[in-house]
Design a binder for this molecule. Structure first.
Ligand code: ADP
Ligand code: MG
Length: 399
């Protein structure tokens, strides 16, 4: 379905790039506090096809929105199309990537491109990072130069931070670029080191989209960040050696917590304990103790709800319902909060029934409909030459 529309939009495409969305299993709101996170790339992707242009223009067609735009590679800083009108919001992601690549000296080829995606937009599964990473990999493939996946992720993050103007951490782009089938990525956002952690295949990751689109995200996010900075500055008076909140062990935090204003203490406590949970989680997963890992997911949800205060009633309902269903060993809100999705860990044999019952329970409790789907853990971005007439079947089928 997705692919048919792409083929119609650009039948003479010569390149294809595919980048996955991601779900963060544990480690929420710690990426801007120097903590480690545990994302996995998921089998929901953005697919971009492209053909080089002979002028200096980039012509983009967003198939899912049925919108198009054309802009020049020679005046990207203006964020305008060729008619001097503001570029559509969605085009700023690819344009931002082009701008950042050029400013770092990587030649960006003018293209005609079309893209489509089955990652829900604005639900916390990082459709934005997938969009950036797909275009970054595409331009790399066409340009014949090569970046490490980490560097690709960093340049895409730079595009989102500086061009689109969203102050996101590196986790999303990193997961979309580096995903490995069947594995979560234990990624230290301070040192940028990472290693793979296996997800046992007798459990499924099930995502439930509350269909509440995030509200208050910007202000909510900014004041959580400000509280973390305030906590760090106060704690550094007693602990001059700490560089981030992730450096503070929970027992040390307990001793100094009284120095912090009450709200700041709650926010910082979430971060300190969440960083500790991620480190414990990795040990548990590596030892094959998935159930104990699942309990940490429930703990994280409570902490996001009560301490960091970024949950909403709909997400709390989804987690409570999940906890009551057979085979579910962990559930929590995932992403920034204030809307979006929960992530659930469910025994493979119970997954089908879990999905049916979660949907039903949610619509009875809230009068809303949740999209609930199981997803495989997928590999990171890929880009290659493409010809619709000889298209690779496995790619066709993954649509
Ligand atoms: P998230 O990354 O959690 O999905 P964001 O708000 O960061 O949410 O990014 C969503 C934005 O990315 C959309 O508003 C849109 O501009 C762009 N985007 C994502 N997917 C698509 C798509 N399939 N078509 C067009 N634009 C998209
Ligand atoms: Mg995003």
């Amino acid at each position: 379905m997705m692919l048919k529309a792409l083929r119609t939009a650009l039948p003479d495409a010569e390149y294809m790039a595919i980048a996955p969305g991601r779900v963060n299993l544990l480690g929420e709101h710690v990426d801007y506090n120097g903590g480690a996170v545990l994302p996995a790339a998921i089998h929901r992707t953005i697919k971009v096809t492209a053909k080089p242009n002979s002028n200096r223009l980039v012509e983009l067609h967003a198939v899912d929105l049925d919108e198009s735009t054309i802009f020049s590679l020679d005046q990207l800083a203006l964020k305008q199309d060729i008619h001097d009108m503001p570029m559509p919001g969605w085009a700023q992601y690819p344009a931002g990537v082009a701008h950042v690549l050029q400013s770092h000296g990587y030649p960006v080829t003018p293209i005609r491109a079309a893209f489509t995606s089955n990652i829900p937009m604005g639900s916390g599964l990082s459709s934005s990072a997938a969009l950036e990473v797909a275009f970054g990999a595409l331009w790399q493939e066409i340009g014949g130069w090569s970046l490490s996946r980490l560097m690709l992720a960093r340049l895409c993050q730079e595009a989102e931070n500086l061009y689109v103007g969203v102050n996101c951490g590196l986790m999303d782009q990193f997961a979309s670029a580096n995903g490995v089938e069947g594995h979560a990525l234990y990624f230290n956002t301070h040192t940028l080191d990472y290693h793979l952690v296996p997800i046992p295949d007798d459990y499924w990751i099930v995502i439930a989209d509350s269909n509440v689109r995030r509200k208050l995200t910007h202000s909510g996010y900014n004041d959580r960040r400000a509280a973390c900075e305030e906590a760090l500055a106060i704690l550094q008076k007693d602990l001059p050696q700490i560089r981030t909140l992730a450096d503070v062990p929970p027992d040390v935090f307990d001793q100094l917590a009284g120095n912090l204003p009450p709200i700041v203490e709650k926010r910082a406590r979430h971060v300190v304990e969440e960083c500790d949970r991620v480190n414990r989680a990795v040990i548990l997963l590596e030892a094959g103790d998935v159930r104990a890992f699942g309990s940490l997911m429930f703990e994280t949800h409570r902490s996001l709800r009560d301490l960091y205060e970024v949950s909403i009633p709909e997400l709390d309902r989804l987690v409570e319902l999940a906890a009551s269903l057979p085979g579910c060993i962990g559930a929590r809100l995932t992403g920034a909060g204030f809307g979006g999705c929960t992530v659930n860990l469910v025994e493979a044999s119970a997954t089908e029934e879990f999905i049916t019952r979660l949907k039903l329970g949610y619509s009875m409790a809230t009068d809303r409909t949740a999209d609930v789907f199981a997803c495989r853990v997928s590999r990171g971005v890929d880009a290659y030459p493409w010809n619709w007439n000889t298209a690779r079947m496995e790619v066709e089928e993954s649509g």
